[in-house]
Design a protein around this ligand. Structure first.
Ligand code: ZN
Length: 288
């Protein structure tokens, strides 16, 4: 293991310097929360839901091990959405308690903070596998067609497309995911691997919504990923597929005193661009 320090480091008092006391207060007072919605993401399907800023939501294993491919947008502006690769750099390639999911440019702010992870103790296994993966992305019917020659409509990408359609979003809004409960890593050849999901019924990953969110998740048709989807050992892993649960909670408003929704990063440089006055007569000569 390399002992080189992380490239992106939090400076004290910056937005990267997480106020753990505040997030701990949200989990310590769990019994006082008000459950406002309980949802089920069906097996091999997707679901989208809204979480107001300042609420907590939990993704939960309700039957058997199952991985969930998760997307997230600013509810009021879908151009601001989760940025998996920057989150990998600012946090880690596998996320857990106190890690934040960051939004795309030109916004770059925490959209949600993980406040509890019942799989945090999994750590790093003998193959270098870890859970809650930001390395990989969703399965999709295009790559499946290339790998198998067959069309299949219930890959995570398609499940997410159907899930967000009622909110006016399309295939082009679906983006790189957080693979919840998914165990992955890089092998000695630097290639991505997936292992069987270690989550059990009752395990959960819990988030605090930093801004108003539209969330969506697919229950991967690969189920618990114990059966290969591609390659010589591949077969339909239907028997390993399960639904996942979602719970949304309102927290005591007293706890939110002192917290405010993070603002987009305040860069105002305009990338060095300077506005040039338009020479209309000259432009007209060139165009017409
Ligand atoms: Zn999938």
């Amino acid at each position: 293991m390399a002992k080189v320090p992380a490239a992106y480091q939090a400076t004290k008092g910056s937005i990267l310097d997480v106020n753990k006391e505040f997030y701990d207060s949200l989990t310590a007072t769990r019994s006082e929360r008000r459950l406002v919605a309980t949802l089920t993401v069906p097996m091999r399907d997707g679901l989208a839901w809204v979480v107001p800023a300042g609420h907590v939501f939990r993704i939960k294993v309700i039957e058997g091990p199952q991985v969930g491919d998760f997307n997230m947008w600013n509810l009021h502006n879908p151009r601001e959405r989760m940025w998996a690769s920057r989150t990998r750099q600012l946090q880690a390639a596998h996320v857990s308690t106190y890690d934040r999911l960051w939004s795309t440019l030109p916004y770059l702010r925490p959209m949600a903070t993980i406040i509890e992870d019942t799989l945090a103790g999994y750590g790093v296994d003998e193959d270098g596998g870890r859970v809650h993966d930001l390395l990989g992305t969703r399965c999709d019917p295009y790559v499946n067609r290339l790998l198998t020659g067959e069309d299949f409509d219930f890959h995570c990408h398609s499940n997410l497309v159907r899930a967000v359609q009622p909110y006016g979003l399309t295939e082009f809004d679906v983006h790189d995911v957080l693979n919840i409960f998914q165990c992955t890593g890089l092998n000695d050849d630097d290639q991505y691997f997936m292992k069987a999901c270690p989550a059990k019924k009752g395990d959960y990953l819990e988030f605090f919504a930093e801004i108003d969110l539209l969330c969506a998740m697919s229950c991967c048709p690969g189920g618990d990923l114990s059966i290969d989807l591609w390659g010589p050992e591949a077969r339909d892993p239907l028997e390993t597929c399960n639904p996942l649960g979602v719970e949304i909670y309102e927290v005591d408003h007293q706890l939110l005193q002192g917290w405010s929704s993070p603002q987009p990063a305040p860069y105002k440089g305009n990338h060095g661009l300077r506005l040039q006055p338009v020479d209309w007569p000259e432009l007209k000569k060139r165009c017409c």
